[in-house]
Design a protein around this ligand. Sequence first.
Ligand SMILES: NC(=O)c1ccc[n+]([C@@H]2O[C@H](COP(=O)([O-])OP(=O)(O)OC[C@H]3O[C@@H](n4cnc5c(N)ncnc54)[C@H](OP(=O)(O)O)[C@@H]3O)[C@@H](O)[C@H]2O)c1
Length: 351
Amino acid sequence: MSPIPPPFPEFKIALLGFGNVGQALAELLLEKKRDLIAKPGIGFRVVGIGTGTHGWAVDPRGLPLQDVLDACRAGGDLERFSSSPIHDSAGFIKKCGADALVETTPVNYQTGEPALTYLRDALRGGMHAITANKGPVVHGYRELSSLAHRNRVHFYFESAVMDGAPVFSIARCGLPGAVVSGFSGILNSTTNLILSRMERGETQAEAIAYAQSIGIAESDPSGDLDGWDAAVKVAALATVLMDIPLTPDQVQRTGIRGLTPDLIQDAAEKGQRWKLVCSAERDSSSPLGISAAVQPLLVSPESQLYNITGTSALLEITSDVLGTLTLIEDDPSPRTTAYGLLADLLNAFRN
Ligand SMILES: NC(=O)c1ccc[n+]([C@@H]2O[C@H](COP(=O)([O-])OP(=O)(O)OC[C@H]3O[C@@H](n4cnc5c(N)ncnc54)[C@H](OP(=O)(O)O)[C@@H]3O)[C@@H](O)[C@H]2O)c1
């Protein structure tokens, strides 16, 4: 006898990458399972979870999410949960049988790989492709969007910039017909936290060590300190919001290494703060059609940026119709990033 189908659509999802963000998404799915069935009437089954060094598991009946989370946190391998053997990520994507692939593998600023290939394979296989990874947005936005369109699925990436804050959905759904002329803001949480702690008297090395101890800075923090992470976000926003394909190396970039405790204290005595500011604006005199920069700037209390402290972020979007629209995100975490992925999944399934 075949099982009675549930009275609501149940979507199958596969998670490729199961670190901070992938696990936070699994927790959110467990937490919201009942709410999502009640409203908007959508059920989920996680049919695949893949990692870099802890193996892959697929099961069309649905994986026991809490048990997989517990096993992963204990450092165990996922293979014992798999209903069939999987040997690599390409095989995982082919065999998982999901309606949507959620990709959360580490970012590659230079090429976007291997995430770009994973998302391309998922779209070619008829799955929605959802990612928190900036790399494939910068290096593959147009290609992946048109591939999604041809295959009648969606490529969504809300969490790639400002974690779960709805930056890209505002542009996609809330600004039809508007021309975005530029944007500016604070988009790198790690450097903002480091600068905030230096204002309280820490050296840069002490502030970096603190950011590493709470898991927001990597063991090699140069991607944040040298402004690369911010430059990739600027490139992603320019590419998507302004429709000007921009690569991170085309963003004029200065990081925060040169900001000494003396400079920071001098600024404080004048009632100012140093901030790593991201900006871009259309520029007909540039061959790229845009000027974009990441640079430390002194800001005064009259600026909205002055009160953006710790890991918080701010983005001002300027358009021909709404003037300046500001989005502020307070103290993001892997849970907020996970929410951006969940919102993408719901939007993909509802659409
Ligand atoms: N952390 C945040 O709050 C945040 C916010 C916004 C965006 N993001 C983006 O989200 C993504 C994930 O971040 P995270 O903090 O969750 O990273 P993470 O904790 O390092 O987790 C990465 C996961 O990807 C797996 N992985 C590594 N290489 C792989 C490969 N080649 N194929 C398949 N899986 C692979 C890892 O498996 P192993 O552990 O077995 O190697 C791990 O499960 C990144 O692109 C990041 O930039 C993160």
